[in-house]
Design a binder for this molecule. Sequence first.
Ligand code: CAA
Length: 278
Amino acid sequence: MAQASSGPGTLPSEEELAQAGLRLVVNGPVARITISRPEKRNAMTGRTWTTLARIGQNLHKEVRIVVITGEGDIFSAGIDLKMFTPEGVDGERSIVTGLVDGSTDDAELDTYITELQEGFLWLRRPDLVTIAAVRGHAIGAGFQLALSCDLRILADDAKFSMKEPALGLIPDLTGTKPLVDIVGVHRATEICLTTRQVEADEARELGLATLVVGADELDGAVDDAVAALLEIDPEAAAATKALLWQAPDNTLEEQAAAERVAQTGRLNALAKTMRPGS
Ligand code: CAA
């Protein structure tokens, strides 16, 4: 059941989710989002990403784990290529029309892309652990969505590819930083500029896959990961994720200091539970 208005705000309605090509099921601490346009190989539109952003903004604070997957045998064919045609996707603005006729300026385009990126950025929040469960292709924006998650659990038929340069574009949906962080700038350059497929076994070798399992084991592997993650105290989990995310930009001394601050918070919280009468 999708949540109604019990969270910080109102989650998208079933109708809004369907228009965005999404399904959402929230069960206590676990939210499961499915990209659901199988007839278009789960291609995503601007509305998919603004709706994803609304989900992130309005999830109940009880939610700790978010699982994203695709309907059927594919994660996502990436952006709906109709977005780049003058007619665009039904009910949504075309990306190109305003640029061709000069009515969209660069500042407006920047604002528009910022709105789309919000659909990806919230998946890094420290109070959540996010899991991409990937079968088949994850192309372009689909690859970037998987890269936005903390864990990527892949079926052995999963294939990542960054197709944007083949369309004369760049990957702009927040995927370039995690890609470089995981595989390094040289391998990231090769993956993006050849636009080749990275299959599951190679993804595991490169660190892009947390785990690779047989296709019929994917759901079970995700359930096992969710169960393990739920064993951890939510505040310890959030503090640990926040700490780990600082590490790449910190010196050793800065990171050691951050560990002291975080652990002081944790020890004080634990001590509070041990005080008489607590
Ligand atoms: N956008 C819109 N429709 C798409 C689509 C996409 N990205 N991908 C597939 N579809 C549609 C097809 O047009 C087709 O529709 P019809 O039945 O109405 O003709 C239907 O889905 C089935 O497609 P295929 O017959 O091609 O299915 P397949 O199983 O043989 O191949 C596929 C699947 C490998 C994903 C192939 O469809 C494909 O390569 N799709 C295009 C992928 C792509 O280039 N995506 C854009 C990447 S760039 C990006 O995402 C970000 C950015 O900002 C640019």
